[in-house]
Design a protein around this ligand. Structure first.
Ligand code: ATP
Ligand code: MG
Length: 139
């Protein structure tokens, strides 16, 4: 994946609360184009793999339960400077610290249930996109 791409998930709290359309609207209006997208669910095993970097953290098992507890929307997004600009659009991990107008400020309910994921580097955008989409070279 090129450096103008990032990977996102709309998390189960946000899909369950009916915010999927509003969040996609904000993403598109911010200038990202959706290159691939799917509604899906993560098993506990797959959620654990996705967030394996956090496996020693005290919140890991709650995070796995939460991410495997409902529908997610996984998507690959394209824009210049995609990784950094998307992290700005979603705001801080803790919605109480997120800037006004960011997706987490608007839609997240807690540091755990924080509405969206955004890749934190070009390398992880590539790895995470490949975790959900096996045919990346086609689009
Ligand atoms: P993400 O990787 O989902 O985009 P992030 O990069 O902002 O989030 P990370 O530090 O990677 O934050 O944490 C991954 C996820 O783990 C968070 O989005 C949140 O759902 C959960 N998490 C992080 N810190 C805590 C915490 N202190 N308590 C509970 N859950 C947490
Ligand atoms: Mg992260």
């Amino acid at each position: 994946m090129a450096t103008n791409r990032t990977f996102t998930m709309i998390k189960p709290d946000a899909t369950g609360a009916g915010h999927t359309g509003a969040i996609l609207d904000k993403i598109i209006k911010a200038g990202f184009s959706i290159k691939a997208m799917k509604y899906t669910r993560l098993s506990a095993e797959r959620a654990g793999q996705f967030y394996a970097v956090h496996k020693e953290r005290p919140f890991y098992s709650d995070l796995v339960d939460y991410m495997s507890g409902g529908t997610i929307v996984a998507a690959i997004l394209e824009k210049n400077n995609a990784v950094e600009d998307f992290r700005t659009l979603i705001g801080a991990t803790n919605p109480e610290e997120a800037a006004e107008g960011t997706i987490r400020k608007l839609f997240a309910t807690s540091i755990a249930a924080n509405a969206v994921h955004g890749s934190d580097s070009d390398e992880n955008a590539q790895i995470e996109g490949s975790f959900f989409f096996s045919d990346l070279e086609k689009f």
